[in-house]
Design a protein around this ligand. Structure first.
Ligand code: GLC
Length: 579
């Protein structure tokens, strides 16, 4: 019953809701995916060259981190032209080719949009800082210093990295605000011209046929117009579920009510497009705050990231709590998101101790729970983490935190904070060639390769039906083929199973999928539900089964299918219609 290697995924079944509710997203960090033009840096032609691979993998939507014009001080998150392609990544013609090729395959394309700030080299900022009377002055956030001599920051606000976010401009003797790094000045969204220009950027890409946008640091867009000090706090470090940290509460700098209003406004803009598009917000906070971005009746952002996924201990209990929380914060037809790695955080494989059994189990969880999965490039082959000392880092964060001793950097990494993000952006290993097929043998990639690339690469796993890559392919096909798995309601169950087993059921009109994940290193016995007929395992091929007892190996996950759906979980059955 397994798909033979090499077959194309089945056509997408007709879905009841908009496509984005049920899609699977693959996140490409363009600099690190594939070097198409031979300069050691990944680019759009490199992505195009690997679309067959992605189609065969079975992912439905691609999200590309920024490839817009940029001095590359933050590798594209510092933009000088939001509507042009940086020459290091290709050209606008390459972009048009890319979107055509993606759509020709029935896939979708999502771009990263940085609405909060620009590069310090953006012509808008150059004009803005040229004089207090410049027409672009008010496009950024400028304030006087607190002291009579102009010195002394305007208030106590800290940026998202814990530093002081105000930067003095000697030429005009005022301070500008930057939520992230000093070379990324924040735009002043309270200026209607700025708002119009940035919403114009949104429309520009949607008009070109882009299917969705990922909104960078969306929670920072509006700052309080009072410029009052943020309250003090005892919390040293922020976390995914609580942005309070660096000894202050970001009351006036994050999650402003005007940002929630902007979420609703954006929803209106995006929903006016046909076929439907979506936006996913990079926001942080407890599930209540995340839900506010989506809106009480789903009238805000279509999706938001849930970063608690990356801080959850690998245990049935930990994930049970996470799933219960996601189900209650985002009841159907709202959708949670499932992300275990990205270009800012330690890769999941590090947390999993490089154990492929655990990686297969996590993949089964990610691709069978209710919600939209975001797979980070390389995750499907178990691309792992390599420690790169901060002094060798190209990442501007590494430059900033070079003074942090290595033992502390390691400890922070264990807590999900990466001081050198190069570590999670290593070149994609395609083959066992000198530069792993990422770039030509005579061209050195922009970042070092994972030393294990000789064995951990796409070509090696392609040929191995027991590989992590093969598991991802099987799971993605299974998810696509079974409505219960891509659009079914979800019910967490614990009845009769060992505490080490995370068990849940996905239910659609005509079928049920029962998922059981043994999250321990011990063998456990589980009772298969009545009426199941086929069983997929993270170890071994699909088999016919009948009801009964099944032994799960350490870290084995299984999905068993039954055609009798049984009663639908109450939470989904009684949900009032949302947009
Ligand atoms: C987001 C991006 C990160 C970038 C930052 C500033 O957090 O994910 O990579 O450095 O915003 O744009």
């Amino acid at each position: 019953m397994d798909e033979p290697a090499g077959t194309a995924p089945p056509p997408l079944p007709a879905l009841r809701g908009p496509w984005w509710r049920d899609t699977t997203v693959y996140h490409v960090y363009p600099r690190s995916f594939a070097d198409g033009n031979g300069d050691g840096v990944g680019d759009l032609p490199g992505v195009i060259a690997h679309l067959d691979y992605l189609e065969h993998l079975g992912v439905e939507t691609l999200w590309l981190s920024p490839f817009f014009r940029s001095p590359q001080a933050d590798f594209g998150y510092d933009i000088t032209d939001h509507t042009d392609v940086d020459p290091s990544h290709g050209s606008l013609a390459d972009f048009v080719h890319l979107i055509d090729e993606v759509h020709r395959r029935g896939m979708k394309l999502v771009l990263d949009t940085v609405l909060n700030h620009t590069s310090i080299e953006h012509p808008w900022f150059t004009a803005s800082r040229s004089g207090r009377d410049d027409p672009k002055r008010d496009w950024y956030i400028w304030r006087d210093g607190q002291r009579a001599d102009g010195r002394g920051r305007p208030n106590n606000w800290r940026n998202m990295l814990g530093g002081r976010g105000w930067h003095h401009d000697a030429g005009t003797d005022q301070w500008y605000w930057a939520s992230f790094l000093p070379f990324q000045p924040d735009l002043n969204w309270r200026n209607p011209d700025v708002k119009a220009a940035m919403l114009g950027v949104v429309r520009h890409w949607l008009d070109l046929g882009v299917d969705g946008l990922r909104l960078d640091v969306f929670n920072a867009i509006f700052k309080d117009a009072s410029f009052a000090d943020n309250p003090r706090s005892l919390r040293p470090l922020p976390t995914g579920s609580n942005p309070e940290g660096f000894f202050q509460r970001p009351l006036h700098t994050l999650d402003h009510r005007d940002t929630f209003a902007l979420a609703r406004e954006l929803r209106g803009i995006v929903d006016a497009y046909d076929p439907p598009r979506f936006v996913v917000g990079e926001v942080m906070g407890a599930s209540g705050v995340l839900r506010e971005y989506v809106g009480a009746a789903g009238e805000g952002l279509h999706l938001v990231f849930m970063f608690d996924t990356m801080g959850t201990r690998f245990s049935a209990d930990g994930f049970r709590r996470l799933l219960a929380d996601a189900e209650s914060a985002f009841p159907a037809p709202l959708q949670p998101t499932w992300v275990f790695s990205n270009h800012d955080r330690p890769r999941a494989m590090l947390r999993l101790g490089d154990d492929p059994r655990k990686a297969k189990l996590l993949a089964m969880l990610q691709l069978t729970v209710r919600g939209v999965p975001f797979i980070y490039y390389g995750e499907e082959i178990g691309l792992s983490h390599v420690e790169i000392p901060a002094e060798l880092g190209l990442d501007p964060i590494a430059a900033r935190f070079r003074w942090v001793p290595r033992w502390l950097a390691r400890r922070l990494r264990g807590r999900g904070i990466l001081l050198n993000r190069d570590e999670c952006r290593l070149p994609m290993p395609w083959t066992a060639a000198k530069h792993a097929g990422f770039s030509r043998d005579d061209v050195v990639p922009w970042l070092p390769l994972d030393p294990r690339s000789g064995t951990i690469n796409v070509a090696a796993q392609d040929a191995d039906p027991a590989s992590l890559l093969a598991t991802y392919r099987r799971l993605l096909r299974l998810r696509r083929a079974h409505p219960a798995l891509h659009r079914g309601a979800m019910e967490l169950s614990s009845t009769g199973q060992s505490a080490a087993v995370l068990a849940y059921r996905r239910v659609d009109d005509s079928e049920s999928a029962h998922v059981m994940l043994n999250m321990s290193d011990a063998t456990v016995d589980v009772e298969l539900p009545v009426g199941v007929h086929a069983l997929h395992s993270t170890i071994g091929p699909c088999v016919e089964v009948t009801t009964g007892r099944r032994r799960l190996a350490p870290y084995e996950g299984i999905i068993s299918l039954s055609t009798d759906a049984g009663p639908r979980p109450a939470a989904a059955a009684g949900t009032r219609p949302l947009r």
